[in-house]
Design a protein around this ligand. Structure first.
Ligand SMILES: O=c1ccn([C@@H]2O[C@H](COP(=O)(O)OP(=O)(O)O[C@H]3O[C@H](CO)[C@@H](O)[C@H](O)[C@H]3O)[C@@H](O)[C@H]2O)c(=O)[nH]1
Ligand SMILES: C[C@H]1CC[C@@H]2C(C(=O)O)=CO[C@@H](O)[C@@H]21
Length: 479
């Protein structure tokens, strides 16, 4: 008689409870499930309920019988808005429950755990899992270049590049981030570096997390070698087990459209935690080709009244058509965030405003010419894959680095960083949609082609994901 078949490797996936993190980690989870691995995805109650409501995850994931969600609290009440940096307060709560959570998962006799893929901003998981004898692979959801800039913070301090000495210092070139010497100025460093006091909590937390990642068995990044070559080569010298497998949303599409016996049919795989307003697609369908600028600042950026007004007049005065996502919690000073009726009416012909858009679909729409973005890493990658030039207005964290990549490394757009002024916006919108449109569109098209190659069979990200899966298959499950 044949020996009983060994169960598939079981991977626990543990993201930070925020849209921008869950988005890519859930795509990875689906890719691993598609290749036959058993998955437990730890999800906060807040995110899970919203995904059930807005992303139809129930139907998508029941198609993988070995896929389970484990629901936890993130420590905030369910009706907390979680915009801006409020979710920083979740770190210590989540840390306080992680050991018990992992013990429970690891001791389940029917699902021995092979490894944990943990968000690289939650490296306390490495210690807890280590005590239980389970290896951890870190997944950092930001760009390789931002990760590398964080990793170099101690070197920046040693060389005197940090602290930044005041506003007049912001254009000084930073020379101590190896491989990026010609790119970064002080103003392009992650926003947490803008502090006079180097013992600042956030700077210390994010730096420590980044350095601690070297203790993980491997590092996964949602990027591809041709996009961020210089940073990726430097990271590789510290992380020999590095898997660059992005852009994950594109990779997800190419793999899930390849037939596999255990897989469900390909799905649109939206991981939205907000209700998508599809009326903007009908509106886009009526606009001329390449006539619209899409405007979105992601899931947590908040705008103050001044910035909101400058964006409004900059867009209106540019004379271009625009589709603007204004989330219900977009305004920093509270209030509904609703756009005053008289403003809406003034541009009803050429402006469309929604609370949440089907962003990937919007970016691929023929009427959309460009993207005004906060430079969150998912949005940046989605724009790269859609081949759309960008105007960048980074808000915080890694976004400051990403916008510099757009304008100075890849040359597929303009960076409005640190300025929120209607005339500057008008000029930049007309730059990417007018005088410099062809130049940016050609480079953006080239980058999009490379992204598609990386995530197609035989491409670098495709091969790296195969390596990652083989690495996981070679690990011994606990217990
Ligand atoms: O109307 C909208 C607006 C956004 N999105 C999606 O929401 C995601 C937003 O992600 P991202 O662009 O990365 O922005 P944030 O939500 O701000 O993401 C956080 O997480 C990212 C990954 O770590 C970081 O790069 C950011 O700085 C951080 O703010 C993207 O997939 C978008 O497609 C929609 O589907 N519809
Ligand atoms: C608020 C930010 C703290 C760090 C996280 C992050 C990262 O560096 O991994 C990027 O953007 C934010 O979501 C988080």
């Amino acid at each position: 008689m044949d020996p009983p078949l060994a169960p598939p490797p079981h991977v626990i996936i543990f993201p930070l409870a925020a849209q921008g993190h869950v988005n890519s980690m859930l795509k990875l989870a689906e890719l691993l499930a598609h290749s036959g691995l058993r998955i437990t995805f730890i999800n906060s109650e807040y995110i899970h309920h919203r995904l059930l409501r807005h992303a139809d995850i129930q139907a998508r994931f029941t198609a993988f019988p070995d896929f389970r969600f484990k629901i936890i609290s993130d420590g905030l009440p369910l009706d907390h808005p979680r915009s801006s940096d409020h979710f920083m307060t979740t770190f210590s709560y989540v840390k306080s429950i992680t050991m018990q959570l992992l013990e429970e998962l690891v001791s389940a006799p029917d699902r021995p755990v092979t490894c944990i893929i943990a968000d690289g901003i939650l490296t306390f998981t490495i210690d807890f899992a280590g005590d239980l004898g389970v290896p951890v692979i870190a997944f950092r959801t930001i760009s390789a270049s931002s990760f590398w800039a964080y990793f170099c913070i101690p070197r920046m301090i040693e060389s005197g590049d940090l602290p930044i000495k005041g506003d007049e210092d912001m254009d000084r070139v930073v020379t101590s981030v190896k491989g990026m010497e010609d790119i970064l100025r002080c103003r392009d460093l992650p926003s947490f570096c803008r502090v006079a006091d180097l013992s600042d909590w956030t700077l210390q937390y994010v730096t420590t997390q980044t350095l601690q990642t070297t203790r993980a068995r491997a590092l996964i990044l949602n990027s591809f070698d041709q996009l961020e070559g210089p940073a990726i080569s430097q990271i590789r010298t510290h992380f020999p087990n590095l898997y660059t497998i992005g852009p994950l949303h594109s990779h997800h599409k190419s793999r899930l459209s390849s037939p596999s016996p255990s897989s469900p049919p390909p799905s649109p795989a939206s991981n939205s935690i907000w209700e998508v307003d599809r009326s903007c697609i009908s509106w886009l369908d009526k606009q001329p080709p390449k006539s619209v600028i899409y405007v979105s600042f992601g899931s947590i950026t908040t705008l103050n009244r001044h910035d909101f007004t400058e964006f409004w007049y900059g867009l209106v005065n540019s004379g271009r058509r625009f589709l603007w996502v204004v989330r219900p919690d977009s305004l920093a000073e509270g209030g509904s965030g609703a756009v005053p009726e008289e403003l809406r009416e003034a541009v009803a012909e050429r402006g469309c405003i929604v609370g949440w858009a089907p962003q990937e679909e919007v970016l691929h729409h023929g009427a959309v010419a460009a993207f005004l973005t906060h430079s969150g890493w998912n949005s940046t990658l989605e724009s790269v894959v859609a081949g759309k030039p960008m105007v960048c207005w980074p808000f915080f964290a890694d976004q400051q680095v990403n916008s510099r990549l757009v304008s100075h490394a890849w040359k597929v757009g303009l960076d409005m960083k640190d300025v929120c002024d209607r005339e500057v916006l008008e000029r930049m919108v007309n730059g990417v949609m007018g005088e410099r449109q062809e130049e940016f569109a050609a480079d953006a098209g080239d980058l999009a082609r490379r992204a598609r190659e990386a995530t197609s069979k035989g491409g670098s990200s495709w091969d790296n994901l195969d390596r990652l899966i083989n690495d996981i298959r070679s690990m011994k499950p606990s217990g």
